[in-house]
Design a protein around this ligand. Structure first.
Ligand SMILES: NC(=O)c1ccc[n+]([C@@H]2O[C@H](COP(=O)([O-])OP(=O)(O)OC[C@H]3O[C@@H](n4cnc5c(N)ncnc54)[C@H](OP(=O)(O)O)[C@@H]3O)[C@@H](O)[C@H]2O)c1
Length: 343
């Protein structure tokens, strides 16, 4: 098989970015032999800035540097004063992977990175939801105008391929109800609270495991779940919505007594994302709700996330994942990259 070298830029070297580097290390041979691809990491970025090496950084060396608490500013090839957005405007590369924190105010650095890369015809894979939540249509128009691929299956429920299923496998469907548990940090906290553990201790564990958002308010106040519902709506429910179209309530006001009361009725409290079709169009909401313990979503517990999709053509679908560390999310970025490169 002919092997193609793919020069990639990796923006964000946190839990997801470092796991992506790990996958390049452990799957190097498989990617070359089965998919005809070798990845050369020509650019990396973290909050200290950007480093470039046209010959490619060794993924293990970069990962070890970050795991020791090092910074991109310590790497050879560091470009002082250059931002991730600026490098995406000039870098010679074939693919950009974006895994920096969500910023719902201005979207950067992810939004600038995506705009510059797509505007130059360079395919982009996002784990970061922010750019899509703020500029879904703009980024897709840019990608189409410049013939660049844009993939983001890692943005919704980690490695659970909700976006892929919705776009590829629900052809011509009218979705009547989509309901899910999209945030494993809150799902874990709720399960631990039901078992008597304090809220703060459960949140701290989710942070240590690298599952919580950099700003955990996004998780517990429901915005991370809302971001995912906005991405789903725009990508396969056929409606262009923003966060202002979603009624959002998180779990911060829930008390142990409310959780106990639900349990006494055979129910369990979940942070549910709902897109309900009505005669006037979809109604979108994020809110804690008591569901029967024995239902599909009631049985999505702890580190699990799940989605239930009812449609006119495809019956009722139920999909779930158990994901306790960010490796599967990093793998979802790999699958997106390989699928885009195959086109
Ligand atoms: N963790 C998950 O399970 C998961 C699942 C699905 C999607 N996601 C999404 O994936 C993205 C990354 O998540 P994560 O858990 O890896 O986050 P994280 O651990 O907080 O890592 C974020 C990375 O981005 C870097 N960064 C911050 N500001 C930057 C800037 N201005 N320019 C370039 N890099 C910058 C950080 O630098 P430093 O290293 O210097 O701090 C860090 O390396 C987020 O958008 C998140 O929503 C995460």
């Amino acid at each position: 098989m002919q092997v193609r070298e793919v020069r990639l830029a990796l923006i964000g070297l946190g839990n997801v970015g470092r796991n992506f580097l790990k996958i390049l290390e452990i799957k190097e041979e498989r990617l070359r032999e089965q998919y005809g691809l070798t990845f050369s990491v020509v650019c990396v970025a973290d909050s200290s800035g950007v480093a470039v090496d046209a010959a490619g950084f060794d993924p293990a060396t970069v990962r070890a540097c970050k795991e020791r608490g090092g910074r991109v500013a310590d790497l050879p090839g560091f470009r002082p004063g250059v931002t991730a957005g600026a490098i995406a405007a000039t870098l010679a590369c074939d693919l950009v992977l974006e895994a920096s924190p969500v910023n719902l105010a201005h979207g950067d650095p992810g939004l600038s990175v995506a705009r510059h890369a797509l505007g130059r015809g360079i395919p982009v894979v996002l784990a970061n939801k922010g750019p899509l939540v703020l500029a879904f249509r703009e980024l897709h128009d840019l990608a189409a105008a410049h013939g660049a691929g844009l993939a983001f299956s890692a943005t919704v429920c980690g490695a659970l391929p909700v976006i892929n299923i919705g776009r590829r496998d629900l052809i011509a469907a009218d979705v009547t109800l989509l309901q899910g548990i999209f945030n494993s940090t809150t799902n874990f906290i709720l399960a631990e609270m039901a078992a008597g553990r304090p809220y703060a201790a459960a949140l701290a564990e989710a942070q240590v495991r690298g599952i919580a958002e950099a700003d955990p308010a996004l998780d517990v106040e429901g915005w991370d779940t809302a971001n995912k519902l906005v991405i789903i709506a725009n990508s396969f429910l056929g409606v262009e919505i923003t966060l202002s179209d979603v009624a959002v309530q998180g779990i911060t006001d829930l008390t142990p007594a409310q959780i106990e009361e639900a349990a006494s009725r055979g129910s369990v409290v979940k942070l549910l994302a709902t897109a309900q079709a009505t005669a006037e169009g979809y109604r979108f909401s994020i809110a804690p709700a008591a569901v029967e313990q024995d239902s599909f979503l009631g049985r999505c517990s702890g580190w699990e996330m799940g989605v239930e999709i009812h449609s006119d053509l495809y019956g009722k679908m139920y999909h779930k994942i158990w994901e306790r560390e960010p490796l599967p999310t990093a793998a979802a970025m790999l699958r997106d990259a390989v699928n885009l490169l195959a086109k």
